[in-house]
Design a protein around this ligand. Structure first.
Ligand code: BGC
Length: 714
């Protein structure tokens, strides 16, 4: 039994069996605003309960809210305080729309570079993931909105997401896939959403060991566990395993109608097992079967009471049961817009910058090339889609900032991100000239025209993008369409070429040696053009760092069919803990990353003094901004474990980091606390183990750019 306060237990005792059953499953929202809705019990003054999608902003059908940058861009700031502020802002937007819970953060580890939802997740590293998940949870819940970390657990691909079994060992679960959820729970998350997939053969909604034994018993999680939408495999099995709330609790057809989902959307076709299938599997489970089953024995009734108490307990915690819930909040508030821009600029990663190609001079004549420059890159497709009230395209942002001329050419066909929704208001927010299918000024896609305008300009800025979505993985890490050809052709003709990549995760950049600068701006959200202009013209230092390794597709550890997408509905996670830089730093030299984890340049240059251990869980280093301009450095500390016979460990693991702002010439001593996570390893027989010995702490600018080191012992 959860530990509800007395009021909640009394309330549970006062409910009839039917009323209890109505509180553990969703229903259609009469107001049509919520993604998930639980009707109240008016007889006992239990109010309605509404859950709205995230994690990139609050999705309310027919309403606009702030479209924040994708979570991977937020993680690229390496500044969890910004994520906490994003949580606060999203909670205030949720409250303004009467939503009590937000379905986010998404915090599955980026295991597969092709995963269609990488943009909704944070990193390939569990320490970064845990920090950002905890920060967003704290922010959301500080405003009395319930956070819903998702999707628990090992939901690392979209291909066959409803059926695939992650065949994953305990060590990898413990070291990589669970820490983000544990941190979110420690931060007080009131809810956790189960994943669609199976883990070692069992659907997550039915996974008693992971849901009850690990999440609830081991981590003392006292909130409620909600299913993913239509992800409840069984009634009794799920309830017994620990699932507390079934969503959406209505049929797929009713959901389409209620939430404006386009029934013809590609990802939702009947029978396509990469999507939500229509028919039998979308029949609500808790509607009838549960009531019949719990009536049979005391254990069933106790479990139902616990489910209800967990949900009511969270409603009570935010003040909903005693009428104290503050529904103030604000949609599209000026400070939310500013935060969206700050996050987008800070998360922008400068991958390459030869001969000071960037920042641009104020009066440079720019050829702005690319099929998406007249449309802000809001995000990927799927449940995280948000409709902002305002959005700024690259074209609008650069035009507003420059003193030079800007000539635009699309070059190639539009790259269209698939949408789950047919919400008319989605088209309402574009820049004046962006609406519709035409390019501004009646331009048509023509690589030669792009080359001609690039030749005339001082600098060509080419903006390229991918198109990723929930429900499908990327077939290739190459950019869609003829964008690579466009970059090559422009780079051949232009004096200087700067490429801006807007992608949901790692992409291949085959032309990178032919261009002068490469900027990764992810899916920057509504502030796209303003944030981009501030980085390109040097008003903001590009202080983002890569939370994922960029490498050729075939060199990732998941580049085998058995590992991804799996064979016979099983994906083998037998790379173990060697995911992301843990693989690249340990593997043969053939598997060199293109840009390593943690990489990102600044317009300033930083010098590192000696590293000094402070006790055994912190390290200090003097960092000097040796340039003549202000800059923001992300100081990173990695731990190299001692060799232990018979134990395979990653070469290094991230233990801590700090983003610091330094004026020209300024020196600061930066202290980094070292997460114990980087020291310990999970041993299948012994559990968490810390080997005695000397651990080298490497301090530097990326997993491959170590500047100084020191040693601590365990
Ligand atoms: C997604 C969840 C989302 C839910 C509700 C599912 O398709 O996997 O992340 O919160 O839908 O929209």
């Amino acid at each position: 039994m959860a530990s509800p306060d007395t009021d909640v237990s009394d309330l549970v005792d006062s409910l009839s069996l039917d009323e209890k059953c109505s509180l553990v499953r969703g229903a259609a929202d009469p107001e049509g605003t919520a993604t998930g809705y639980v009707p109240g019990v008016p007889r006992l003054d239990i109010p309605e309960f509404r859950l709205a999608d995230g994690p990139l902003g609050i999705r309310i059908p027919g309403r606009s809210s702030t479209a924040f940058p994708a979570s991977i861009a937020v993680a690229a700031t390496f500044d969890p305080e910004l994520a906490r502020r994003q949580g606060v802002a999203m909670a205030r937007e949720a409250k303004a729309s009467g939503q009590h819970a937000v379905l986010g953060p998404g915090l599955n580890l980026v295991r597969v570079p092709n995963c269609g939802r990488n943009f909704e997740y944070y990193a390939e590293d569990p320490v970064v993931t845990a920090d950002f998940a905890a920060a967003v949870v704290e922010g959301l819940q500080s405003e009395d909105v319930i956070a819903t970390p998702k999707h628990y657990v090992a939901n690392n691909q979209e291909t066959k997401r409803l059926v695939v079994s992650a065949e994953v060992g305990e060590r990898a679960l413990r070291e990589l896939y669970l820490p983000g959820f544990e941190a979110a729970v420690e931060a007080g998350a009131g809810s956790v959403m189960t994943a669609y997939n199976r883990v070692n053969g069992t659907h997550m909604s039915d996974h008693r060991r992971l849901v009850t034994e690990v999440l609830k018993d081991e981590w003392s999680f006292d909130g409620y566990v909600v299913s993913d939408w239509f992800g409840t495999e069984s009634a009794v099995g799920a309830a017994t395993a620990g699932l507390d709330l079934e969503m959406p609790g209505i049929s797929l057809e009713a959901l389409h109608e209620a939430f404006g989902i386009d029934p013809d959307a590609e990802m939702l076709e009947e029978g396509d097992d990469e999507s939500i299938p229509a028919g039998e599997t979308t029949t609500p489970r808790f509607a009838t079967e549960l009531k019949a089953a719990v009536g049979r024995d005391r254990a069933g009734l106790d479990r139902l009471d616990d489910m209800v108490a967990r949900i009511l307990g969270q409603m009570a915690r935010i003040g909903l049961l005693d009428g104290d819930w503050d529904d103030g909040g604000a949609l599209d508030a000026p400070e939310h817009r500013d935060l969206a821009e700050t996050l987008a600029a800070r998360g922008t990663v400068l991958l390459k910058n030869d001969d000071g190609a960037l920042p641009l001079s104020d009066d440079a004549d720019v050829a702005l090339v690319g099929p998406g420059v007249a449309e802000a890159m809001l995000g990927g497709g799927g449940s995280s889609e948000v409709t902002p009230a305002r959005e700024v395209s690259a074209l609008a942002g650069i035009r507003a900032r420059t003193d030079g001329s800007v000539v635009f050419e699309p070059g190639v066909e539009r790259v269209v991100t698939p949408s789950f929704f047919d919400d008319e208001s989605a088209d309402a927010a574009g820049d004046d000239e962006d609406a519709g299918d035409d390019f501004p000024g009646g331009k048509t896609p023509d690589i030669d025209a792009a080359v001609d305008c690039a030749r005339e300009a001082d600098v060509a800025v080419v903006v390229v993008r991918d198109a990723t979505t929930e429900g499908a993985d990327r077939e290739t890490l190459r950019l869609p369409g003829e964008q690579d050809e466009l970059v090559e052709a422009v780079a051949d003709a232009a004096d200087r070429t700067v490429v801006v990549v807007q992608s949901g995760g790692p992409v291949e950049l085959p032309w990178r040696d032919s261009v002068d600068a490469v900027v990764e701006s992810w899916y920057p959200g509504q502030a796209d053009g303003d944030a981009l202009a501030s980085v390109l013209y040097g008003d903001a230092d590009p202080s983002g760092r890569l939370p994922v390794t960029f490498a050729p597709e075939e060199s990732y550890p998941t580049a085998s069919e058995e590992r991804f997408p799996g064979v016979d509905d099983e994906a083998q996670y037998d790379e173990g803990v060697f995911v992301g830089y843990r693989h690249f730093d340990t593997a043969d030299a053939d598997d060199e990353p293109t840009y390593p984890f943690g990489h990102g340049l600044s317009y300033a240059t930083f010098e590192y003094g000696e590293a000094e251990a402070r006790g055994d869980d912190a390290v200090a280093v003097e960092v000097t901004n040796a340039s003549d301009r202000a800059g923001r450095e992300v100081v990173q500390a990695y731990v190299r474990p001692p060799a232990v016979a018979g134990v395979e460990r990653p070469t290094r693991e991230l233990a801590g980091y700090a983003a610091v702002e330094l004026a020209a010439g300024e020196t600061e001593t930066v202290e980094l606390s070292l997460s114990e996570h980087a020291f310990r390893r999970y041993d299948d027989a012994e559990g968490w183990t810390v080997d005695a010995g000397d651990y080298v702490v490497e301090v530097g600018r990326s997993s491959r750019d170590v500047r100084v080191e020191t040693t601590v012992s365990r």
